[in-house]
Design a protein around this ligand. Sequence first.
Ligand SMILES: *Cc1c(COP(=O)(O)O)cnc(C)c1O
Length: 230
Amino acid sequence: MPLPLKERVKTVLKRVEEACLRSNRDPGDVRVVAVTKTVDVERIKEAIDAGLRIFGENYVQEAREKIEALKAFDIEWHFIGHLQRNKAKDAVRLFRMIHTVDSLRLAQELDKRAGAIGRKVDVLIQVNLSGEETKSGIAREDLEALVRGVGGLENLSLLGLMTLPPYFEDPEGARPFFRALRMLRDEVEERTGAELRELSMGMSHDFEVAIEEGATLVRIGSAIFGPRDR
Ligand SMILES: *Cc1c(COP(=O)(O)O)cnc(C)c1O
């Protein structure tokens, strides 16, 4: 018998809190983004009932139906997948925050589309720290220019950085990547004057390490909803 969702949520929140205390951080500074790809609306309602308020989706199409079905609830939606420019118009309408901006062209398109509907959208820049070609994200050497570019766009609020390290059996393997993102953030803040307070890093299997290294948004799917089939 799998544990009821409420129990899973409680356990995750407790682990978040413990990781904060271990690293002298205020638990209020770390927010859980419950990742709902492949998870249906009924199950998301259970998660809302268990106290979760921020939900993350990877695909605009999949998200649209869920967001519409759940629009009566006081929750927020974050986009965490790879975003194509032709989906920018829908993305700014549906999501409060987009974690995966990785080019100025995409940012400009989002800015234009947000402006057209009179919205201001929170964004993070996704950084590819491992150099893996299969991963999206901007290379670290191009980050400073992108921060300056996005910072100049009227309808986007640049709040921080996101990364997705390679998978390691031992979550400690991801620690150098999480640390590198935090140090890169500090460096780019210093050089540009931008304030990048959010660090979106850590998933089910390594979120505690990410919190120890400064994560403010942890994106957690399977630890809450159980394993995904697809
Ligand atoms: C699926 C996904 C997650 C959540 O993964 P889990 O291992 O199930 O916690 C987090 N971030 C991104 C970008 C994802 O695609």
